[in-house]
Design a binder for this molecule. Structure first.
Ligand code: AMP
Length: 396
């Protein structure tokens, strides 16, 4: 069966068509600048040349229609007819506590989703727009939604509750939800297979433009570094990570950043970019640091240190640690980041295998055979995880 995976953002849409016979990607692409002049569809059929269409794409209905046209196009397409698509899997950023697992998505489910819009105002409404467009354009094709937050819903109350008044927290549903759950689930599942021990205690480090660290005990998430929104945790590309809330109110009180601009400031202007003043891209920050830029070096040190602290905290939270997993852009590609983070744990008997670690994007164990705690590089694949859930639910 062929499954279409859709990740609809407010002004963009990413897609992959996956043949579940062998889990191969038949085509993937991106529609950018939806609702903004000069939109662009960039479509890459596997084994064929990239195909681009520039047009004004006013909304998600039009964007999805263009994706469908590209998929069946006689030159750039990969299927003869849309009826070959057996199901659509949608990514959903924050389903709150309402959606503990992936779900077949019909009208009643979409109505429930509409109550979660405030939890990710940029993302959640856009996901629903994508679902509505599919309902119109391919009625009858089953849809499944996979939530970034589901994997984290096994956290105990002591891990997800903030120290604010209980009635306020309850009324406004303020708690730690975490993010990147589909990625943490995918790589931890793979780590359990590699370890051959389903009771292992694992810390998964999804380090990319957005980064989060998760404690997974016997397959269940027990804590994660992102919070009510994906702003919390370790230093990220443009997000500040953990910060004392008083620093935020101080900036507002002193007129440095207006209250209404604060979310944008903390999400887009801080992190590696804000600290280094160079870039949000770790490669550029690494280059600047190598040329002697001290702020760039400090930003890198902060990123590593944040991850190291979370690993330590989660080791205590789980009462032990069997393995650490690195994934996403930085985790899969930065040899220096993995080495530095693992070397900080040498007092626990962690021994990096330098040769094994000297690689990018390949699944492997990167610690020496006698290392007390194992570490793995496991490339993430959120689209495949979504496609697998979709297939499983619609064929049940
Ligand atoms: P993602 O959001 O998962 O795509 O990850 C993006 C981040 O991965 C950016 O900060 C990139 O600089 C980083 N990244 C990608 N390749 C490398 C590399 N070879 N070395 C260091 N960082 C990398």
């Amino acid at each position: 069966m062929k499954i279409l995976v859709l990740n609809c953002g407010s002004s963009s849409l990413k897609y992959q068509l996956i043949d579940m016979e062998d889990e191969s990607v038949m085509a993937k692409g991106l529609v950018d600048r939806i609702g903004i002049p000069d939109s662009l569809l960039s479509h890459k059929p596997t084994g064929k040349d990239k195909y681009e269409v520039k047009a004004d794409i006013e909304n998600h209905d039009v964007a999805i229609k263009m994706v469908f046209d590209a998929l069946v196009d006689k030159d750039h397409g990969v299927i003869g007819d849309l009826s070959e698509i057996g199901g659509v899997g949608h990514r959903y950023v924050n389903g709150g506590a309402l959606f503990p697992q992936s779900i077949i998505t019909d009208e009643a489910v979409i109505k429930d989703m509409e109550t979660t819009f405030a939890m990710a105002p940029l993302h959640n409404p856009a996901h629903v727009m994508g679902m509505r467009a599919c309902q119109k354009l391919m009625p009858g094709t089953p849809m499944v939604t996979v939530f970034d937050t589901s994997f984290h819903l096994t956290m105990p109350p002591k891990a997800y509750t903030y120290g604010i008044e209980s009635d306020v927290a309850e009324k406004y549903k303020i708690r730690r939800y975490g993010a990147h759950g589909t990625s943490h689930r995918y790589v931890s599942k793979r780590a359990y297979e590699l370890l051959g021990n389903e009771n292992a205690k694992i810390v998964t480090c999804h380090l990319g433009n957005g980064s989060s660290v998760t404690a997974v005990d016997a397959g269940k998430c027990i804590d994660t570094s992102m919070g009510f929104t994906p702003l919390a945790g370790v230093l990220m590309g443009t997000r500040c990570g953990d910060i004392d809330a008083s620093a935020v109110t101080y900036l507002i009180d002193n007129g440095v950043v207006k209250a209404e601009d604060m979310a944008n400031y903390l999400n887009k202007k801080c992190g590696l970019l804000g600290v280094s003043g160079v870039s949000s891209d770790l490669r550029e920050v690494e280059n600047a640091a190598a040329e002697g830029n001290e702020l760039a070096q400090k930003a890198i040190d902060m990123l590593y240190y944040g991850v190291e602290k979370y690993i330590g905290a989660y080791m205590v939270a789980m009462g032990g640690l069997d393995a650490i997993v690195f994934t996403a852009g930085i985790g899969e590609n930065s040899i220096a980041a993995r080495k530095a983070i693992l070397e900080s744990l040498s007092f626990l008997g962690v021994k990096v295998d330098e040769e094994a670690n000297n690689c990018r994007g390949e699944e492997r164990c990167i610690t020496a055979p006698d290392s007390k705690i194992k570490a793995f590089l496991i490339p993430t694949n959120e689209e495949l995880a979504i496609a697998r859930d979709t297939l499983e639910l619609i064929t049940k």
